[in-house]
Design a protein around this ligand. Structure first.
Ligand SMILES: Nc1ncnc2c1ncn2[C@@H]1O[C@H](COP(=O)(O)OP(=O)(O)O)[C@@H](O)[C@H]1O
Ligand SMILES: O=C(CO)[C@H](O)[C@H](O)COP(=O)(O)O
Length: 517
């Protein structure tokens, strides 16, 4: 928010729906986060690789956290509201009621989560078409995108779901609809996950070729035929009903949304790093890679002209920063993989007891334990005999192979706390090597990246951050405001309020200081 007068009495609310929890923040006119709240959300895994959520449960959590962050504030001073969320698929009937996405017919579970891998046969058939839209998703469509999931619903839940469905939303668009009653979709969702082109719109031939000609016949009304840029103001703003739910006033501006990784990217990529001696200070913004690390990691690089990187999603025009092309590399499980490795180890109960006794998180405990056992050597050397291949949920980028599995080499019979700590370290290193692999693919295709900007839950883990710096050989910049994804969501609300001229102007950047690891 450069230039202009500071008006601290103006506030914006950002709501971020991650995989495991919903967070909200109250942010002021200059980008300072004044209040934060979070709330876990439910997840179901009724079968292996089927991951479901409930849009009602998610909305209820949005209401709880929003009410908390605006407590004690004059509601008239809240100017705008922005949402970001995971790119999960929400299914509603023609009257906007939830429909089941499962064989059990449980309509409460009406969300197929982004990491759901049920539609393998469908995505393989889509990829066999070699349709030209696939050029814009790295050459290979991911099973995590919406087209294969929609085809799965048509082929598997015809009567209970497909025939009754009136609206298929990306989760960020569901939230903005719920707040405003406006069904317009965000360009971000449609371009990144639904094969929409910012320049050419929908491609009828793609949907006909894959067997979803139904959408063409009704002019895409079920998946979106009104598309708005992220940050655009929706309809008449917050409806009276949504205002009651959220504890806000009706009519405040609500923005077209972003996917969570894109909100994180927006929150950090334009950071003012002057005075820290960073190489990127004198370089264009295209030298920066935003890495958003939560349950998964997403690697967001932008360019002036389209760059086609095999196995890396995009290029997507204006999907994150208006006027720039976006390439999005990713690792489907990172935070989830670390949790999985640590919690599944025989020494996990001992770790919990010891961490609790020291009032530390298990990761803070493990990091200090590694420091203790490394002796005179750098911590990275503890894993010379132990290696992890991190593709436990397939490889999103740059191999784009969902059939890949994880691997650990160098296991011994002992399973004590030292072994757990070293396995944890090897997992973190494997994830960082995966990031390096993605950067190498992006650079080979034409990107020139010098600096990483990390955010998301894993950026709170100093070992994770340090390993990314050591293994990529690049400086890693962290925002002083750790909840950068929420800042991105609040930027959307600020944009929709009309208080600023563009999303770039609303990058709330002047108030943030950055540290170089
Ligand atoms: N303070 C912390 N130290 C280490 N790891 C953390 C910390 N906070 C969160 N994480 C890790 O980050 C991941 C979740 O990140 P988050 O951004 O909250 O996820 P999501 O957006 O997917 O819900 C988890 O795997 C968790 O273990
Ligand atoms: O595909 C994605 C973004 O395009 C993300 O992986 C997905 O939205 C999940 O995010 P998170 O790991 O932060 O919960």
């Amino acid at each position: 928010m450069s230039g202009g007068e500071q008006k601290p009495e103006r506030y914006y609310v950002g709501v971020d729906v991650g995989t495991g929890s919903v967070r909200a923040a109250l942010v002021d006119h200059s980008g300072v986060l004044l209040a934060f709240a979070d709330q876990p959300i439910k997840k179901w895994e009724p079968q292996f690789n089927h991951h479901e959520q409930s849009s009602e449960d998610i909305w209820a959590a949005c209401c709880v956290v929003t009410k908390k962050v605006v407590q004690g504030i004059d509601l008239n001073q809240i100017r705008g509201l922005g949402f970001d969320a995971t790119c999960s698929l929400v299914v509603l009937d023609k009257q906007f009621h939830p429909l089941p996405v499962n064989q059990e017919g449980d309509s409460h579970r009406n969300v197929i989560m982004w990491l759901d891998h049920r539609a393998v046969s469908q995505v393989n058939r889509i990829n066999e078409t070699k349709h030209s839209v696939l050029q814009y998703v790295g050459g290979v469509m991911s099973v995590e995108m919406q087209a294969p999931k929609l085809l799965w619903l048509k082929e598997n839940l015809r009567e209970t779901c497909w025939d009754k469905a009136g609206h298929f939303f990306d989760l960020p668009d569901f939230l903005s609809w719920k707040a405003t009653g406006v069904t317009a979709r965000s360009l971000c969702s449609l371009v990144c996950k639904w094969t929409y082109s910012a320049e050419k719109g929908w491609d009828d031939s793609f949907w006909k070729m894959i067997g979803l000609e139904d959408f063409v016949a009704d002019n895409y009304s079920k998946i979106g035929n009104q598309v708005l840029p992220p940050g655009a103001s929706l309809g008449n703003g917050l409806t009276p009903e949504a205002a009651r739910d959220l504890g806000l006033l009706p009519g405040i501006a609500v923005a077209a949304s972003l996917i969570d990784a894109h909100a994180g990217g927006l929150g950090v990529i334009g950071a003012d790093v002057r005075g820290h001696g960073l190489v990127c200070e004198g370089q264009p913004v295209t030298s920066r890679l935003a890495v958003i690390c939560g349950t998964s990691s997403c690697h967001m690089g932008i360019s002036k002209d389209p760059i086609f990187v095999p196995g890396v999603w995009g290029p997507y025009f204006s999907a994150m920063v208006p006027g720039f092309w976006l390439n999005e590399g990713g690792q489907s499980v990172t935070g989830k993989l670390i949790d999985h490795m640590v919690q599944g180890h025989a020494a996990f109960p001992e770790l919990q007891v010891k961490a609790t006794a020291r009032c530390q998180s298990i990761y803070a405990y493990l990091n200090s334990h590694l420091d203790l056992i490394k002796k005179a050597q750098p911590v990275g050397f503890l894993t010379v005999d132990l290696h992890v291949w991190p593709d436990f949920h397939g490889n999103r980028s740059p191999l784009a192979d969902l059939t890949l599995k994880g691997m650990v080499t160098g296991l011994k019979l002992s399973q004590d706390l030292d072994d757990l700590a070293i396995l944890y370290l090897a997992t973190v290193q494997a994830i960082a090597l995966g990031t390096r692999f993605i950067i190498e693919a992006m650079e080979a295709a034409g990107h020139s990246i010098s600096t990483l900007f990390l955010c998301g839950g894993l950026s709170k883990n100093p070992l994770f951050v340090q390993m990314h710096a050591d293994i990529t050989g690049m400086p890693v910049v962290l925002s002083q405001e750790v909840e950068s994804v929420l800042v991105g969501a609040a930027i959307l609300g600020a944009c929709a309020s009309g208080d600023f001229a563009s999303v770039q102007h609303r990058q709330l950047k002047d108030s943030k200081k950055y540290k170089d690891k």
